[in-house]
Design a protein around this ligand. Structure first.
Ligand code: ATP
Length: 315
């Protein structure tokens, strides 16, 4: 089984209670672990995969709480760093339609230092670049770029999720798009939400979105469509793969569960790059990953709702 390195932020989400999408009115917040790459690492490990988290948390109880969550979910934290900066937090509002809004207070996540000793272990393994905050400057962006270079030179299987957060890029969306380009160009697998696919490609029609994204370079594209399932696109074919019907209560983490489950299955192949040539294999994997995404919406919070193998098989 291949190891999957997940690089990026691990933070505390303070979720506003009962105030729709109005953070200004919110008075009560619930503390939850968050950060897309950390969610993905947990999704993989909970399904029995080997995930290692490369990221940085702060000192004190918040940092310890987050490391404890990763450990409880069997994520390898031997590469997770602690800095003197406070643990990053995000205030999150969830509107009635499930749409989320974020206000970030960044601390330790951007202090991640590059560690040149990790490079060798990327060889023949898989690296997932899915940080929402990685392209915003600071040590994290520098480390991210160097780990990306290492993943390329070590011939690792590379997965990319842009995790666009409007709040972080207001007015600078064009910079975000530009910074995503090398990752989309080189990734073996890229996962987009519909909003991200449209923003980055500059197209609204899904066929046209895929054409532009393939032209940039990525071989396999998944565009997650919420309750509608997932569009899987390769240069030769496109398939919309429906999800399973559920009664969603909170969609947080569905995309992370999806990509985590897909990567966990790919990691079981002798050669992960096999999926680039085998569309039937990919379709089967996306069907299962859709289930993981759907099941995650049936409970509150991202990490506690991630399914294990037993739940996945039962549905
Ligand atoms: P995130 O919100 O975590 O950034 P995202 O927007 O990429 O992620 P979604 O499209 O909401 O993620 O969900 C990912 C996958 O989970 C979908 O492709 C689908 O398979 C499944 N899913 C999400 N919502 C539902 C739903 N309401 N019913 C059934 N399946 C769902």
């Amino acid at each position: 089984m291949k190891k999957i390195f997940c690089i990026g932020e691990l933070l505390i989400d303070f979720i506003a209670e009962n105030q729709g999408n109005d953070l200004a009115k919110a008075e009560v917040f619930t503390k939850k672990p968050g950060g897309a790459p950390a969610n993905v690492a947990c999704a993989i490990a909970k399904l029995g995969g080997l995930s290692k988290f490369i990221g940085c948390v702060g000192p004190g109880q918040f940092g310890s709480f987050l490391l404890g969550v990763l450990e409880d979910n069997h994520v390898d934290i031997s590469l997770t760093q602690r800095s003197k900066s406070f643990t990053t937090i995000a205030f999150v509002s969830i509107a009635e339609d499930g749409e989320r809004d974020f206000v970030f207070s960044r601390g330790a996540d951007k202090k991640l230092k590059y560690d040149s000793t990790i490079k060798k272990s990327f060889q023949d393994n898989m690296v997932h670049f899915g940080a929402a905050t990685a392209l915003l400057g600071g040590d994290l962006e520098a480390a991210y770029g160097r780990y990306f270079f290492d993943a390329l030179t070590q011939d690792a299987f590379i997965s990319f999720d842009p995790n666009f957060r409007g709040d972080l890029w207001k007015g600078d969306e064009h910079i975000f798009i530009k910074k995503c380009m090398p990752y989309i160009q080189k990734a073996h697998l890229s996962k987009f939400s519909l909003e991200e696919a449209q923003l980055i490609s500059g197209k609204t029609d899904l066929e046209e979105c895929c054409a532009v994204l393939h032209e940039i370079g990525t071989k396999v594209i998944t565009i997650t469509l919420g309750g509608e399932g997932t569009l899987l696109s390769t240069e030769n074919s496109k398939h919309t793969i429906p999800s399973i019907p559920v009664n969603p209560v909170d969609t947080t983490g569905a995309g992370d569960a999806f990509i985590g489950c897909l990567l966990q299955q790919i990691a079981n192949l002798h050669n992960p790059k096999e999926i680039l040539e085998d569309i039937d294999l990919l379709i089967g994997m996306v069907k299962i990953a859709n289930k993981a995404g759907a099941l995650t919406t049936t409970n509150f919070g991202a990490i506690p709702s991630l399914p294990d193998q037993e739940q996945l098989q039962a549905n």
